[in-house]
Design a protein. Structure first.
Length: 276
C-alpha cells in the first residue's frame, strides 16, 4: 500500500513538473494604442504556437514606456523611432539604456487643418501646434521647413535637437506652440494648423493619406530614420523572445494587415522584409 501511495505521489509530481515546463513563457510589451497595439494583437496566436503568451500594456504618453522597460516592468516596448530612443539613451545612465532590435513600420508626420482648412488661408501670426519632445520637435520643424513656412539652420537633420528658438526665418511670424504629442489632436480647435504624428492622427480619426495638407515622404531617408522599433533592454537584444517576435512579425500576414487595415488610412507603412 505504501509503495502504491509513493508511486502515486511520484506520478503526481511528475505530471505537475511536466505541466509547469509546458506552460508558455510570458512577454510583456508596452505600446501606444494605434497602430502599435493593433499590430501586436495580430501576432498573439502565432507567439502562443511558439511557446509565448503576449501581454500588451497600453500607454498613451511617450515618456513612460522606456523607463518601465529599463525597470523590468516591461520586457519590451513598441512606440518609438531611433531619434527618440537615442535622445532617451543620451539622458540616462548606461545601465538604463535600451536597444532597438526589430524595425517594423513608419508613420509619416503630417500638417493638418485646425481652424483653417487650407494653407492658402495661412495669415500673418497664425498658430501652429507641434510636438515638444526633443527628437519629434526637430522632426516637426523640418516638416514646416519642407512646407516652405520656416527656415532652419543649414545642415539641420533628424539627428539635430532644435526648438522654436532655433528658427532662422519665420516670414509669416507664425506662433508655433509646443505641446505634448498626445494632446495635439484635441487642440485642433484652438490653432490654425497642427503637426501630428501618424499614430495620434489615426487615433483621432484622421487619414494621413487623405487629410494631411502636407505629408512627409514615405520613401528614402525619412522612412528609414523614423521607422518604429521593438525596443528591449540591451542585455535582451539576443534573447529567444526577441527572435520569436521577429519571426512572427516578419510575415506576409502582418505586412498585408498593415497595408490593408482600413483604420490605418494609409498612415502606417511596413518597413521590414518577409523572413525566409
Amino acid at each position: 500500500m505504501k509503495k502504491l501511495i509513493a508511486l502515486a505521489l511520484v506520478l503526481v509530481l511528475s505530471l505537475t513538473l511536466a505541466s509547469a515546463l509546458a506552460e508558455n513563457k510570458k512577454i510583456v510589451i508596452g505600446a501606444t494604442p494605434s497602430p502599435h497595439v493593433i499590430i501586436l494583437e495580430q501576432i498573439v496566436d502565432d507567439l502562443k504556437a511558439l511557446g509565448y503568451d503576449l501581454e500588451i500594456r497600453t500607454f498613451t504618453e511617450y515618456p513612460i514606456p522606456n523607463p518601465a522597460t529599463a525597470a523590468k516592468e516591461l520586457d519590451a516596448n513598441y512606440f518609438q523611432h531611433l531619434p527618440y530612443l537615442n535622445a532617451y539613451n543620451a539622458a540616462v545612465p548606461e545601465a538604463e539604456q535600451l536597444a532597438a532590435v526589430i524595425p517594423v513600420h513608419y508613420e509619416p508626420y503630417g500638417l493638418y487643418a485646425g481652424t483653417k482648412a487650407s494653407l492658402d488661408q495661412l495669415a500673418d501670426g497664425d498658430s501652429i501646434a507641434i510636438t515638444n519632445d526633443p527628437s519629434n520637435e526637430t522632426r516637426a520643424l523640418l516638416l514646416l521647413q519642407d512646407a516652405g513656412l520656416i527656415t532652419l539652420p543649414e545642415g539641420t537633420n533628424a539627428d539635430s535637437t532644435l526648438t522654436v528658438l532655433d528658427i532662422v526665418s519665420n516670414p509669416k511670424n507664425l506662433d508655433i506652440k509646443e505641446l505634448n504629442a498626445e494632446l495635439i489632436p484635441s487642440a485642433l480647435g484652438d490653432v490654425a494648423f497642427a503637426v501630428i504624428n501618424g499614430n495620434f492622427a489615426i487615433s483621432a480619426g484622421l487619414s494621413p493619406a487623405e487629410d494631411a495638407l502636407f505629408l512627409e515622404p514615405a520613401d528614402g531617408e525619412t522612412g528609414i530614420t523614423y521607422t518604429n522599433y521593438i525596443v528591449v533592454r540591451t542585455e535582451d537584444a539576443e534573447a529567444d523572445f526577441v527572435a520569436a517576435l521577429r519571426k512572427v512579425l516578419y510575415t506576409q500576414k502582418v505586412k498585408d494587415f498593415i497595408l490593408n487595415y482600413e483604420d490605418f488610412k494609409g498612415g502606417v507603412i511596413p518597413t521590414f522584409e518577409i523572413a525566409e
